[in-house]
Ligand binder design. Structure first.
Ligand code: PLP
Length: 462
């Protein structure tokens, strides 16, 4: 299995190289050169299997000879052993034909743990073998950062720097990033919004002297390993509601398009998914893109679902690459337009392809609060604001096909919004009950790439 860049000119890499590289050198994102498929029988066999067994079957065809089967099984086993639910991604029934997949039973209470815990294991295995040392720099709207820190804290051959937008993450998210005491963890609060953090990160990757000098590695969802780990739960959940005999739909609360792109890969692998519904908050660039056929950047308005407060949706590039029949030159031209003009128009053929697979909807702030309130009455389920955006959009999407909505974070991660909607204060689980008492450690930084590079070089020299 080889990996190719969505912009067509970076060298082809193995799974291990693509995972350790992050962003391709032509500015693109790595994708497998062929998407493997599973047979109807292989999918049917997943009924009754553990999450770990399903994970092995789904991911094995993508990893080539990076790990032996035994090694890979061991990494999967360790990655999910810290989850606090035996099913890992349990399904709750909300209504006759609507199901909720809870993806918040990992150590930092958001779905990012599914990928990050596994990536942590895979990075460690690879670095132990090569003896290399790497510098991870990540940009976060809140949950990626805490999940990455949790996965890499204390590892000997890794420094982890996390850039988050100052003042724009929830207090629980911030404390999860600023309270770990390990010296290889560096939380950086940047002046700006998430898009500024992500742009600074991409600029660092495109500065090859810096990139090679510090052995830069990325764990944002530009990293193929992240997307791959997320493909698994589309299979495990679909099978538990009757696939492959029954078809299913999914609604995915979306920001950077990573999670929903994992659903697209599951569909391409043979899982009978009809529609993948993009759910956005008031920062609805992806909803507008699908409606109008043009992607136009506007400002970010902070919302109660901050992990989706995004205007530059990195992984959409992977979907575009597929929509353009894997024509890297066209993708590169459109991405250049987005960067220089803040907008681009998708060709008729490509937008038709996207609309055949993806539907979309948005939830305003009021609708999000209302969804939290109503769902508590309807089914007793307490939703985080991101999951509530998903449930609202899924309820608007009329179909006889069973719908699975992804619950992307635990309500206790966003207690203010949940309390305003329901009057209930969702308590933190016991393993982080003392989060508010721990000391915080964070460095405030300007939106200035050179200053950031200097700080990173100084820290890793110590
Ligand atoms: C990251 C995140 C999202 C958005 O996921 P993408 O893969 O970036 O689309 C939604 N909800 C929560 C809670 C998140 O942490």
């Amino acid at each position: 299995m080889k990996y190719v860049s969505t912009r067509g000119t970076a060298p082809e890499l193995t799974f291990e190289q693509a995972m350790m590289t992050g962003l391709a050198r032509d500015g693109g994102l790595y994708v497998p050169d062929v998407i493997p498929t599973l047979t109807h029988e292989q999918i049917a066999d997943m009924a009754g299997q553990s999450y770990e067994e399903i994970a092995f079957t789904v991911m094995r065809p993508f990893i080539g000879d990076t790990f032996t089967d035994d090694e890979f099984r061991g990494l999967i086993e360790t990655a999910y052993s810290g989850f606090r639910h035996a099913a890992r991604a349990p399904i709750k029934q909300l209504d006759s034909n609507h199901f909720l997949m809870e993806l918040f039973h990992g150590p930092t209470l958001a779905f990012k743990d599914f990928a990050m815990q596994l990536i942590g294991q895979m990075f460690q295995a690879s670095l132990t073998r090569s003896g290399k040392r790497i510098t991870i720099v990540g940009a976060t709207s809140g949950d990626t950062g805490s999940a990455a820190i949790e996965a890499f804290r204390g590892l000997k051959n890794v420094d982890v720097f996390i850039l988050y937008p100052h003042g724009r993450v929830s207090e629980v998210q911030r404390r999860q990033m600023t309270t770990p005491t390990e010296s290889n963890v560096h939380a950086l609060a940047m002046d700006g919004d998430f898009d500024d953090c992500q742009a600074a990160l991409k600029d660092m990757f495109n500065d090859f002297d810096f990139r090679d000098g510090v052995n830069l590695a990325g764990v944002n969802s530009i990293n193929w390993g992240r997307v791959l780990a997320q493909v698994v739960y589309f299979f495990s959940s679909a099978v538990s509601v009757g696939a492959p005999a029954r078809r299913v739909n999914f609604t995915v609360p979306t920001g950077n398009f990573g999670d929903i792109f994992a659903g697209y890969i599951a569909k391409r692998m043979g899982l009978p998914i009809d529609q993948l519904v993009i759910a956005t908050n008031q920062n609805d660039i992806l909803h507008r893109t699908l409606q109008t056929g043009a992607q136009t950047k506007e400002g970010v308005t902070p919302s109660i679902s901050p992990s989706m407060d995004i205007q530059v949706s990195s992984n959409f590039e992977r979907a575009l690459f597929e929509a353009y029949g894997r024509d890297g030159a066209t993708v590169a031209a459109q991405m250049d337009e987005l960067k220089s003009k803040g907008a681009f128009t998708i060709s008729q053929g490509a937008i038709d392809m996207l609309r055949g697979t993806f539907a979309s909807g948005r939830a305003s702030e009021d609708e999000t609060y209302a969804a939290i309130t109503d769902e508590l009455t309807r089914s007793g389920e307490l939703l985080c604001p991101h999951s509530a955006v998903g449930v609202k959009v899924a309820d608007d999407f009329q179909s006889a096909t069973p719908m699975i909505t992804l619950a992307t974070a635990h309500p206790a991660k966003f207690p203010a919004a949940v309390e305003q909607a329901t009057g209930q204060h969702p308590p933190l689980p016991p393993h982080m009950a003392d989060l508010y008492d721990r000391d915080e450690r964070v460095t405030r930084v300007a939106n200035d790439m050179v200053a950031l590079q200097t700080l990173i070089k100084e820290r890793i020299a110590k």
